[in-house]
Design a protein around this ligand. Structure first.
Ligand SMILES: *[C@@H]1O[C@H](CO)[C@@H](O)[C@H](O)[C@H]1NC(C)=O
Ligand SMILES: *[C@@H]1O[C@H](CO)[C@@H](O)[C@H](O)[C@H]1NC(C)=O
Ligand SMILES: *[C@@H]1O[C@H](CO)[C@@H](O)[C@H](O)[C@H]1NC(C)=O
Ligand SMILES: *[C@@H]1O[C@H](CO)[C@@H](O)[C@H](O)[C@H]1NC(C)=O
Ligand SMILES: *[C@@H]1O[C@H](CO)[C@@H](O)[C@H](O)[C@H]1NC(C)=O
Ligand SMILES: *[C@@H]1O[C@H](CO)[C@@H](O)[C@H](O)[C@H]1NC(C)=O
Length: 837
């Protein structure tokens, strides 16, 4: 008996060893080619042995599935299943390239169980398991580049979101469910839960149970999902939203350490879990899961209710609201939610509604409007629309406005956002007191208005008399400083017979502009910008203006020119110079701007006598302001303008030293085709131009980000980018990098601000600057991210890569620029190089 047992044991051992050798020989392969077949029990392993593809049975099941799991992880963690709806019973399964070139699975009877169903051009295809966990089907070209794949398992994920996967959404088509849970722990077929993105407003991640929402992340603000507590830690994992244009966006993420095994998955019980493999403990560490508690459940408290995990009962109504059904509410059935105690009347300006501030909350779902307004404008926008119920201002998203029921609000302890809920005035503070104040205010305002208008009338009459005596041609300016309609009337020099032409473009009369600028005299000259001379002018009524006389002929026709100007006069942002109108006479074209008494930033920044006026507070405010202005141009204005010539001299300062970007849209006026990402006309300024733009004429919002980075470093250092040319570096970029890398970034800081500066803030600024000037446009952050990084104190910023292209000293590329001495001799002159093509 004993020896019999020994023989059997030996037999088993032999079998195991052979099996082991066999599987080792197979595991050298990471691909399936035509003619080769993977039978049940065999498997393929990715090149660096991270992932395995083969047949498996889930725990508690005998059915066979083809799936992908981690090689290193002892306890099988399946990340993808092919035949999830169509398992094989028995071990006769077979995975191979079919006759039509597709990847197919056959059962023991050679019946087709599953196919990749792609349209394959040649039948000589092969499937490769990549180290990312992606199974790709490749054509016959023999290259392993996954971007040329005919079919990818990453495009048909099951329940797991792996690093590098691209979760697409289509803004036009609305929400998209991408991942679906297993039915149970032992059944990979499609279960009740799905996870995906809802792109409306600003994208967010949603978990659905069937068709109803179970959880949502809150909107994406460029760095984090605002409704996820503690997201700070997660964005170390490089969550990114990539916009491919044309309404196509995708989320992806990369672990900060590529050797980490990380996954998100939507589990069969509807919980989304993010986990990291802990090699030491040989187990998955839970990083986060959702929904994490009762309040994290979608809309736990009904419309206008608020869930707070620390209180009992969990739900309460937002202030100013009462339960819709007291009886049900007191029994803990909160689904009916709350209603207003006092209806909104939406009255006139004076008695208008107010806002209740709810701090540290998860903002409600279904935002109706997302725009670039600042917080004050956002409030006004809400007040002006009677259907508006709340607004919020979130860094990175800016103005958000809701006009329906507010659902899924949660009270947080920390983080969260501030929501302003619209309420009737009487709901805010003591009633009688408010009324008294309102009445007194009304009376006072009334008296003031009356006396002011009497005074203005008198003044206007006198002023009109004087004006008529002096010059009949002079246009009239209203008391508020607005141009009266007569201003665009048919003057002797306005465009032939079509004044105004229905657009609201203020057309100025040539003789009037000439008179205002003292016939373009040299004393009135403010300077020379990229596109012509700029003059100061004074219109009657003492309105000061700046007139840009365009020096070169634009490529555009007259109508197009007027159209562009007309569009741009409608762009309004506190960090953009306001365009007042234009003046056209024959070849002569002029653009009129508001006048900025403090001139441009360089007149302070680089002036030894004046630079001390810009202490660190002011500089930081200027940096932020510029970033906001660019963000508006890139994302929020209707035109989506890429500035293409951002530099210090194009940043003007108003009385309060608020920065205002000028010369935006000049590329449009000069006919660089904004719809093409490639232009053969390079407009820009040496030292500020992103490498891809300077060298290949490729421009994008990221080339503006580059210029912004240079600008930022100049503001921090108080020196021109080219002032470093004589030292070991060709410009500020190489210099700043060397200091930053050597941990001596503070040495970059302008000595005149060193005492007023906040060290953390300065270092963060420089760090952001370094991110903006990276060589590859793809590595640079976009403006929402830039702004967010500048403003978030606790942010952990990604590491920049060393810029090599623009910091090179005597390379061929630098010579390419230096060869053109007449064009690039001055830092202030805009280059317009026509690249030979
Ligand atoms: C492939 O196509 C067949 C027939 O149209 C369909 O039944 C099957 O579900 C498809 N398989 C996959 C993986 O999409
Ligand atoms: C099929 O492609 C492989 C490379 O992937 C190549 O080596 C082989 O020669 C090709 N066979 C045919 C018949 O084209
Ligand atoms: C999925 O939904 C079905 C029908 O509504 C239900 O019977 C089942 O228990 C649900 N499964 C899970 C895991 O919740
Ligand atoms: C990445 O993680 C591995 C293992 O945990 C560690 O040895 C390595 O130092 C890490 N690399 C970086 C750049 O942190
Ligand atoms: C909860 O209350 C709503 C109305 O507020 C009612 O329609 C619903 O039937 C109630 N549910 C339960 C379980 O009582
Ligand atoms: C008010 O808001 C609603 C909903 O967002 C919108 O449809 C409507 O156009 C807005 N009205 C005005 C005057 O802005």
């Amino acid at each position: 008996m004993g020896s019999d047992f020994g023989i059997r044991n030996l037999f088993i051992w032999c079998f195991l060893i052979t099996f082991y050798l066999f599987s080792v020989s197979i595991s050298a392969e990471n691909r399936i080619t035509k003619g080769q077949s993977i039978r049940d029990g065999e498997r393929i392993i990715s090149k660096e042995e991270r992932f395995v593809l083969g047949f498996f049975s889930p725990e508690g099941s005998d059915l066979r599935y083809v799936g992908i799991w981690y090689n290193k992880v002892e306890k099988q963690s399946v990340v993808w299943v092919a035949n999830r709806e169509n398992p094989i019973s028995g071990e006769g399964g077979d995975l191979r390239i079919g006759n039509d070139g597709n990847l197919i699975i056959l059962n023991g009877n050679d019946d087709l169980i599953w196919s990749s169903n792609a349209t394959v051009a040649s039948d000589n295809s092969s499937a490769v398991l990549m180290d990312t966990g992606d199974l790709v089907l490749l054509g016959s070209h023999g290259s392993d580049d996954p971007s040329r794949a005919i079919w990818k398992s990453f495009d048909q994920p099951t329940d797991t979101f792996l690093p590098g996967m691209q979760v697409y959404m289509n803004v036009k088509e609305g929400e998209r469910r991408v991942f679906t849970s297993w039915k149970s722990a032992s059944d990979p077929s499609v279960g009740n839960y799905s996870l995906g993105v809802d792109p409306r407003g600003s994208p967010q991640i949603v978990i659905w149970e069937g068709t109803s929402r179970k959880w949502r992340s809150g909107n994406w603000n460029g760095l984090i999902f605002v409704g996820v507590l503690g997201m700070r830690a997660i964005y170390l994992y490089g969550f990114k939203l990539i916009n491919e244009g044309d309404g196509k966006l995708y989320f992806t993420y990369t672990p900060s350490n590529s050797t980490d095994l990380i996954k998100f998955s939507i589990q069969w019980d509807g919980i989304e879990r993010q986990e990291r493999w802990n090699e030491g403990l040989e187990s998955w560490d839970l990083i986060q899961n959702h929904p994490v508690d009762e309040c994290d459940h979608y809309n736990q408290c009904g419309p206008f209710g608020k869930c707070d995990i620390k209180t009992r009962p969990l739900c309460s109504c937002i202030e100013g609201f009462v339960p819709q059904d007291w009886d049900q509410w007191s029994r803990g059935n909160w689904s009916g939610g709350c209603i207003r105690r006092k209806k909104l009347e939406c009255l006139s300006e004076v008695t208008r509604d107010g806002f209740l501030k709810a701090e540290r909350v998860k903002l409600p779902d279904f935002v109706d409007y997302v725009g670039s307004e600042d917080i004050k404008e956002c409030e006004n926008k809400c007040l002006q629309n009677c259907s508006c119920t709340a607004y919020a201002f979130v860094s990175g998203i800016n103005c958000m406005i809701w006009s329906r029921e507010l659902v899924d609000i949660e009270q947080f302890d920390e983080d969260g956002s501030t929501l302003f809920v619209r309420l009737d005035r009487s709901e805010l503070g003591g009633k009688s007191k408010v009324k008294k104040i309102v009445i007194i205010t009304v009376v006072l305002v009334g008296i003031f208005c009356l006396s002011a208008s009497i005074w203005l009338c008198r003044r206007k009459m006198k002023f009109g008399d004087r004006l008529n005596k002096r010059n009949n041609e002079m246009p009239k300016v209203g008391p508020s400083g607005e141009f009266s309609s007569e201003f665009s009337g048919p003057g002797d020099l306005s465009v032939e017979g079509q004044p105004g032409t229905g657009t609201e473009l203020p057309l100025f009369n040539f003789s009037c502009v000439a008179a205002a600028t003292n016939n373009f005299s040299d004393e009135n000259k403010l300077g020379q910008g990229g596109f012509g001379h700029v003059y100061k002018g004074i219109l009657p009524g003492n309105q000061e203006i700046a007139v840009k006389r365009l020096s070169r002929k634009s490529d555009q026709g007259l109508e197009e020119f007027k159209n562009e100007i007309s569009l741009m006069t409608k762009l309004q942002h506190r960090n953009l110079v306001r365009l007042l109108g234009c003046c056209i006479q024959g070849e002569e074209k002029m653009i009129l701007y508001e006048y900025m008494p403090n001139k441009s930033l360089d007149s302070f920044l680089f002036d030894p006598a004046k630079k001390a006026q810009l202490d660190w507070r002011k500089r930081f405010a200027i940096i932020e302001g510029i970033a906001r202005g660019i963000l508006y141009l890139h994302r929020d204005s209707r035109l989506r303008i890429i500035h293409r010539d951002l530099k210090v001299s194009n940043i003007l300062l108003d009385e309060e030293m608020n920065p205002k970007i000028s010369d935006f849209g000049m590329a449009r006026i000069f006919g660089g085709n904004q719809n093409e990402a490639n232009t053969n006309r390079v407009v820009g300024t040496y030292g500020y131009m992103a490498p891809e733009y300077a060298m290949e004429g490729l421009f994008s919002v990221k080339s503006d980000v580059y210029s912004f980075g240079v600008l930022l470093l100049e503001i921090v250092s108080g020196r021109r980018n080219t002032s470093y040319r004589s030292t070991d570096h060709s410009n500020i970029i190489g210099y700043a990098w060397d200091l930053w890398e050597g941990g001596r970034a503070m040495e970059l800081v302008d000595p005149s601000t060193i005492n007023s500066c906040n060290r953390e803030e300065v270092l963060r600024c420089i760090h952001v600057g370094m991110l903006c000037i990276q060589d590859a446009a793809g590595h640079r952050p976009n403006m929402p991210a830039v702004l967010l990084m500048l403003e978030s104190e606790n942010a952990t910023l990604p590491m920049p890569r060393q810029p090599t292209l623009t910091s090179m000293r005597h390379s061929g590329n630098a010579d390419m620029w230096n060869g053109n001495h007449d064009v690039v001799s001055s830092n202030n002159v805009t280059i317009s190089v026509i690249l030979g093509r």
